[in-house]
Design a protein around this ligand. Sequence first.
Ligand SMILES: [Fe+2]
Length: 296
Amino acid sequence: MDHWPTARVVDALCELDPEMGGQLAKAGQAFAKKRLRRERFAQDEWLSAQRRAVPKLYSDSPTPPRRSADPLRCARALLSSDEPVAVLQDLGERVRRSDWAPERVLAAWEANDPVFGITDHSVGGAVLNQHFRMETVLAGNFLSHTDSLHRFEVCGPVMATRGHLTDAHMDDPDIWNSCVSGAKVWFMTDSREWSREYQVSVRQIVEVEPLDAETFLSLPGSRWAVVTDGAALYCPNTYVHRVVTLERYVGFGTFCATRESAARLLRFWREHGSLFEADGSPGLIDGLDEAFREAA
Ligand SMILES: [Fe+2]
């Protein structure tokens, strides 16, 4: 078995947080077994993963940059509007959410200081499409292609500096993350035990608990993956996740609801509600239902 990714993660986590890294190093083989294996991307296989709600790590990007993959250039392109950017800044055991001007985000990101990540910053599929070959993930995505749902579309930059740690949370639809540069380690589980809150990023101040490796390893269905240059991660909506930035990171994320996942998402939203609806966007569930029926 190739232990390099495990060793790399443990080393980096030991530097960031000796306790967390130490726990994972002690877990050794058990931790290595939970690693998501890299696969080459294939559209049919991805559709099947959506149907089965299985997370996937792809080694090659099906959404490569159209021009330069220079990280700073990508970061600039992704923050090209004047809109303020929602930032989660790490303050020890707390995270403060505030709005920063794009130039401030870029300067802090370039300096890799302070520790922060951006959240909920939408650039829209049309803008992303200018910079990346988005056909693979936008084709058939009801959230991007139906008139009634266009305003719910969330395609956005994913940027963070080294050491940023998210709280345990679920997003609403399925998630697609492509990495241009950097490294993030995702800890995921489809057990709800790990989720203290259904969603945390809407709150102003978030208490971030240390990552407890022992608990993570004991959760049913727990998996981890390193998303790095050129790789892409698919994470179904049912997976609670915590993400640590190991190396300054830039990429993009988008939410998906395709013909393979829409029925599952609708069932989930009818049972638990949708964050987008709760967030002041009524009509999402009925709109997706309608779009799905039309497409069927
Ligand atoms: Fe997330």
